[in-house]
Design a protein around this ligand. Sequence first.
Ligand SMILES: Nc1ncnc2c1ncn2[C@@H]1O[C@H](COP(=O)(O)OP(=O)(O)OP(=O)(O)O)[C@@H](O)[C@H]1O
Length: 314
Amino acid sequence: MTGLPLLTVSGVRHAYGPRTVLAGVDLALSPGEIYALLGPNGAGKTTLIKTICGRIRPEAGSVRLQGQDPARVSAARAGLGLVPQEIALYAHLTVAENLATFASLAQVPRRDVPAAVQRALQLTRTVDRAHVPVRHLSGGYQRRANIAAAIVHQPALLILDEPTVGVDIDAREALDAVIRGLRDLGVAVLLTTHDLEQAGSLADRVGFLRDGALVLEGPPQALIAEAFGSRMEVLVELSSEPDAAGEALLTAAGLSRTAHRARLWTCLEADGYAAAGRLDKQLRKAGLCSREIRVREPSLHNLFSLVAERTLAA
Ligand SMILES: Nc1ncnc2c1ncn2[C@@H]1O[C@H](COP(=O)(O)OP(=O)(O)OP(=O)(O)O)[C@@H](O)[C@H]1O
């Protein structure tokens, strides 16, 4: 992270009818910084992105990109590139044809278009697919081609809405490498994601949006250390889904169900390994079979649960 903020969002408020979605959001982003915006479904992430892009005018507060308001000044909008959730490319055109089209739309001078296309292909590692129609590309290549289209005019800020949707695990590393490469060139990157592994490994800072405000913000490892200290996560994977009595027992033992799998239960303990042994015995005695008990360092998943459950100390 270097220099003064490139993007400043101050006290932004927005409502859809009676429903307030953004209730005073403050956010600053510097050149060469990756910021991951996290939050449950419907938290307002996409609305905030639309506001930053100038597509929604906030009812209160302000957005400034390089000192200008993107909702009013088209030159400010030229300073950003957006990769939406759904791939937004011409499916029948090749990657290079798409990039040339997007370059022209972004008013790159005609003589500079070939070099701009080449640069975007190289930065997104899509040179080998330059002459392939987009509809024949894998999900990972389509996403990178969409990033290429968003950066062909060399914006200072790149915004990615859910970049890992439709991208398989193997292609994610390549995607992350492209995002890091852009960051290293000084591009500021703002992304929304439900992929907490990606956010934890990629972002310089994360921000949790809840109830229309950023309730927690900072470097992921520092936030995790601050929230959990030296506690470890104990994960219990049961052989089968517990019945009501089993659930009561697990809850009484201090475990809570993970969001994604009914058989996977978790708790945070100061004495992680000893606690795992204790739990194992306790569960066996009660007739609950665990397939595996793991002890690991807390992650953004734990922090996300903590924030979502509003149990974080004020
Ligand atoms: N055009 C609209 N009119 C009315 N309500 C809307 C509109 N767009 C979004 N909403 C509502 O505003 C809330 C925030 O939506 P938004 O898409 O910003 O959330 P999000 O955090 O991006 O969600 P997700 O993670 O599911 O993409 C949701 O309750 C949504 O239903």
